[in-house]
Design a protein. Structure first.
Length: 83
């Protein structure tokens, strides 16, 4: 497993009221959500980045107003029409 190091000013941790470990977990989750939203990671790989199961990841997406569905509105309409 690779790791990435980010320097976080102590003042930021104090403002967020988080420990470095808590912030690290949150940043991984936020990165996973955004990369999934952008279509750069599948839900399975995003869950792996966040360190949680795929089901947990899909359930968490709503908290960030990200749809678990990757179809565009047009693709979804076409699927409904074809059903």
């Amino acid at each position: 497993m690779s790791s990435v190091q980010i320097d976080i000013p102590e003042e930021v941790l104090i403002s967020l009221k988080q420990t470095p470990d808590e912030l690290s977990r949150e940043l991984c989750l936020l990165a996973a959500v955004k990369l999934f939203e952008m279509g750069r990671l599948s839900s399975g790989r995003a869950a792996q980045l966040a360190g949680i199961t795929r089901v947990e990841f899909l359930n968490i997406l709503g908290r960030y107003q990200v749809s678990p569905f990757t179809l565009s509105a047009e693709e979804l309409a076409q699927d409904v029409q074809n059903a």
